[in-house]
Ligand binder design. Sequence first.
Ligand SMILES: [Zn+2]
Length: 176
Amino acid sequence: MEDYATYLPPLVLTHQEGHTPPKQKPTIFWIGCCDAKVSEAEVLPEKEIFVQRNIANQFQAIDANALASLAYAVSLSTIDEIMIVGHTDCGGVQACYDVAQGKARPPLHWSLWNWLHGLTILAKAHTKLTPYQLTQLNVIQQVNNVRAVLGTLTNRPLKVGGYLYDIVEKKLVVVE
Ligand SMILES: [Zn+2]
């Protein structure tokens, strides 16, 4: 066994006796976009973060993955804020914006249009907004979606904040 253990990678070794992995103590639950230019570890390098990322930073209660992640995150006593983080130049927001403006539907796979259904409806209901403003409104919508279910998951008064990350300025701007 000892010989075999020498061939195991460190991750496997941590589960053996005498190798206790450090406990996670995230203070933030981050709901962000998949976009590679918006990495939570780069935006908040000093924080320990519990992460949920998807196209155009959506939070929908019918999304079992997002809901389970939120439920687990708020069960951690260390979590004190839920951050919904949109970003400038978001391809998902831009696609919905284009459709709402009557432009030709970008050639995305049907699964993406399915995923972006709610955001497309939001864009069509607010056609006067710029893409930047639609990105902000999308963040506010997701903040509201989180707030709508949060009370069913925890009694703790957690902050739910909406933010926009400017990928050129590399700055986080408060939206809500
Ligand atoms: Zn994006």
